[in-house]
Ligand binder design. Structure first.
Ligand SMILES: CC(C)(COP(=O)(O)OP(=O)(O)OC[C@H]1O[C@@H](n2cnc3c(N)ncnc32)[C@H](O)[C@@H]1OP(=O)(O)O)[C@@H](O)C(=O)NCCC(=O)NCCS
Length: 145
């Protein structure tokens, strides 16, 4: 059973290594970027040391997923779902009533994961990403968490 632990500044390198294994070079967050995110108010970070991470922010009753990554050799084993669920639980514990996220329109694995976790499309942001791709905004209530 995979352990999921709270992550702190001391995990910045480990979080960046997982992120780098999951995103193209232009979209990677290095340890300095992750450390900056971790130092912002309301940031919530969880790590599965064997290959997964999630960063979210919960502030003023609303939460947002910042990034979610599972290394290729650990995919389709429920780790992404477990990280997302743990982040929702922690955001709800911190008082968030809703959670939002943005996902690339063509990212079918992530869409499937979020839809299975109860997120519904809210809107579309045209040419949101550097590669010209659209983002889909999704959200769900956390009341039942
Ligand atoms: C998206 C990502 C985090 C999913 O992680 P994962 O650990 O493989 O996901 P899980 O094993 O928990 O999958 C949970 C459910 O999501 C859906 N899903 C996940 N990957 C899928 C895929 N490749 N194709 C179709 N459905 C998929 C399925 O419904 C799956 O349940 P099932 O395996 O019982 O069918 C992972 O693919 C990843 O890191 N991708 C690159 C980074 C990324 O795109 N992050 C999200 C940015 S918004």
């Amino acid at each position: 059973m995979t352990e999921i632990e709270p992550a702190s500044l001391a995990h910045s390198d480990a979080l960046a290594a997982i992120h780098a294994a999951c995103f193209p070079p232009t979209d990677r967050w290095d340890a300095a970027v992750i450390a900056t995110q971790l130092s912002l108010p309301g940031t919530l970070a969880l790590i599965a040391p064997d290959g997964g991470m999630i960063l979210a922010r919960a502030i003023a009753g609303e939460a947002e997923i910042l990034t979610l990554a599972v290394i290729p050799t650990r995919r389709r084993q429920g780790l992404g779902r477990a990280l997302l669920s743990a982040a929702m639980t922690e955001a709800a514990r911190r008082g968030a009533a809703v959670m939002f996220l943005e996902v690339a329109a063509e990212n079918h694995p992530a869409h499937a994961l979020y839809a299975a976790a109860g997120f519904r499309p809210i809107g579309r942001r045209r040419r949101y990403y550097a590669n010209g791709g659209d983002a889909v905004t999704m959200g769900r209530d956390l009341a039942e968490k």
